[in-house]
Design a protein. Structure first.
Length: 386
């Protein structure tokens, strides 16, 4: 008599929670990033802020993210990831309301608070999502998730072009999208408690991650990518304004930038899965450098739209690649990996607009694109050396 060995059970994935969390990220990102990080600098430029002031505001957003990114894993363990996400969304709502009634330099405090909210929602939600998602296709899943949240730089400028950037309407739009993210959050099931994760200290997690080459590559991509994205998001309005574009045209250009980010993230995840993180990062950096140099030399309208589409996809890819590195680093503490690489991205993002804004003030607005091209070229060299 023979007995058949039962087939191993297929893993069961919580698709309701996966769908809900992806929706939270999409709606929250439109309000917290698309409006605050992309359109508020355009709104502030219309209030008369200089390139240097806009650079400091952009830096305040990324600086504010740092405590949120650093505290989110600890807060998630003690409060639960859901509460951390709620607090993050609330911080951004208060910041948007503050922008409507404040003036310079109080705008900087609003920027810090908005950044804090972004950081808390970011690291409160993403480890929750990636830990319950299928592990065999994490590169593509991160790429898919980043595609969804990359809708923010498309939707926000499109709405701004429709409702206008003058007045406070664009700020209320940001509040509406941020608050609406609470609805799908209520549908997500509470994540299981991970006792092994709770037992690990910050130093233990760092020692486990650092020796892995994929983590080191992710760190390099995060440090360079954050600098480039924040400089472009915070200062592009000045660069485009010096070339004769009005506020609505700038919003359309930013829509092209965001559309590239929306459409190219899944292909980037596919490249990381099939070609490796280093190759995908080097291609994105090389393409960014070439696109920025083209914008600096050929400022015509058709070239600007097409080139910004490509540049948006490649610049946005740096965060996607850093997050892929955090999920593929073979350590037991994914939340620490996501938090640390996100902090590296945000730390460099504080520097980007300040350096680029100073260079633009000292020379001309075209310095923004030459800064992007220079950092992209350095990034290619460092990745290929590794």
């Amino acid at each position: 008599m023979t007995t058949s060995t039962p087939a191993p059970a297929s893993p069961v994935y919580d698709w309701r929670t996966i769908t809900a969390l992806n929706t939270v990220s999409t709606l929250g990102q439109i309000g917290q990033f698309g409006i605050v990080y992309v359109m508020v600098p355009v709104w502030l430029a219309l209030q008369g802020l200089s390139a240097a002031q806009l650079g400091f505001f952009a830096a305040s957003l990324w600086l504010g993210q740092m405590p949120g990114l650093g505290l989110a894993p600890w807060l998630s363990r003690h409060w639960g990831a859901r509460r951390v996400v709620v607090v993050g969304l609330a911080c951004s709502v208060v910041a948007l309301l503050g922008l409507a009634v404040a003036a310079w330099p109080v705008y900087l405090l609003c920027g810090l608070l908005a950044g804090l909210g972004m950081g808390l929602r970011w690291v409160g939600l993403e480890p929750w999502l990636y830990n319950i998602a299928p592990a065999h296709a994490r590169g593509r899943l991160v790429g898919f998730h980043e595609t969804l949240i990359a809708a923010a730089p498309v939707v926000a400028p499109a709405i701004a072009a429709w409702v206008g950037v003058q007045g406070h309407t664009i700020l209320w739009v940001g509040v509406g999208f941020t608050v609406s993210a609470l609805v799908p959050l209520g549908l997500a099931r509470t994540p299981p408690v991970d006792d092994a994760h709770h037992a690990r200290s910050w130093a233990q997690s760092a020692r486990a991650a650092w020796p892995h080459r994929i983590f080191q590559q992710g760190l390099l991509i995060a440090l360079c990518g954050g600098m480039l994205e924040s400089a472009l998001a915070g200062l592009f309005a000045v660069f485009a304004g010096d070339r004769g574009f009005d506020a609505e045209s700038i919003a359309r250009l930013l829509t092209a930038f965001g559309l590239g980010g929306l459409l190219l993230q899944y292909p980037v995840g596919w490249m990381a899965d099939h070609w490796g993180l280093r190759a995908a990062g080097a291609l994105a950096a090389l393409g960014s450098a070439l696109a920025a140099a083209l914008l600096a030399c050929v400022p015509g309208v058709p070239v600007a739209f097409a080139t910004l589409f490509v540049l948006g996809g490649l610049i946005t890819a740096f965060l996607t690649l850093a997050l892929i590195a955090s999920t593929k680093t073979p350590t037991p503490d994914m939340a620490w990996n996501v938090s640390s690489l996100s902090m590296a991205y945000s730390l460099s993002a504080v520097v980007g607009p300040v350096v680029a804004g100073g260079a633009m003030t000292a020379t001309s607005s075209v310095a923004l694109m030459w800064c992007v091209a220079g950092v992209g070229g350095v990034m290619v060299g460092l990745l290929l050396k590794r």
